[in-house]
Design a protein around this ligand. Sequence first.
Ligand code: SF4
Length: 426
Amino acid sequence: MRYIIQTIGCQMNICQSDEISKELNSKGLIKVLDRESADIIILNTCSVRAQAEQKAFSFLGRVCDLKQKNEAVKIIVIGCMAQRMKSKIKKRFKQVDLIIGTDRETPEIVNQILQLININNEVESPVEFLDLNTNNEVSKFVTITKGCSNYCSYCVVPFVRGKERARDFDEIIEECRNFSKQGAREVILLGQNVNSYNFNGFNFVDLLKEVSKISSIKRISFMTNHPKDLTLDLIQTIASFDKISKHVHLPLQSGSDEILKKMNRNYTLAHYKNLISLLRQNIKNISITTDVIVGFPSETDEDFLKTLETIKEIAFDGLYVFKYSPRPNTLAATFIDDVSQEKKKERLAIILKESNDISQKIVAGMVNTKQTVLITAFNGRSLEGQTETGRKVFMEGGRENIGKLCSVFITSAKINSLFGEICNEI
Ligand code: SF4
């Protein structure tokens, strides 16, 4: 049987889809890329933004059309939307066979899928975390926490993914070791808020230090961070361990203290800027990326200008900007959504332009420098890798270089990509 798994949303969803794929592959199912040739269509959904939900609805519309031509096709919906909108999905898309919310862990989801297609499954225990399987063999995702307890006023995650649960410390280390034995050279530690990790007194710094002892792991990356939990101890740990990635994704969301308060972010702009100074003082060549929301309820032109000024001042290496849209159950959904769509669009475009200009300057400044690059894949034409600050680099060379950590001379740059020549292995 052939299946396709379409994933919308964050790294956590990508990670879960990888887990499911691995299990289905082990049962002899074949993963395909086009939905027309699939017997099973799985959609892993996201509720964080209205746009993600619209994307899921339009995908479901298309696959339900396919099912009208071939009734044997099975359609399965999982993830945050499945949790939040089960009855709406059922009502609108009668052809969907199975809807499984986020209150079910991966082994149970796999079980239900296999039962639907009458395949016997031997996964017995409700193990919360499974080995993951990313598309390349060099970099592996490792989930360290699930859910979130922060309740930012605009965010649906605590309602659909539950409160934060930390995974067993030893189990994480064991999984990293196993990946390294299978050839992985990078682990990417995942959680909605990795720096609040705490399992029986072991915190995120303890975890980073322990993972860094695995000699064949050459890079440890992590995401996402919350400014209220980023400690000096963590900053100094990132600085002192060569193998810890020098890229920190630190969502700002707004440059206005008024708006940050309404967002329930639990930090002020001054605190955020202080963290940026600490990161830059302590970590040479640190790359900092961020998320920003424009058009949050009551955001005035003045609030927006504060965000814009902050972006100019900090000069982020990269930025994701989103137009605010109310999410059900959240506190912000009770606020009046009083910024017009035109204003939101306008503000988004201004921030995007500013951020692209900054990013281009940063990338151009990397030309004629040497960067430490972990080579992760061969795309048929060139090698692909990432600098220790998370920038993508394309290089000439053969597959034998995959998995190597190399010094690469950067010869040219395009908007978000670098091109370079391998100098030597490190
Ligand atoms: S930290 Fe805030 S924005 Fe991030 S997942 Fe948790 S509630 Fe949502």
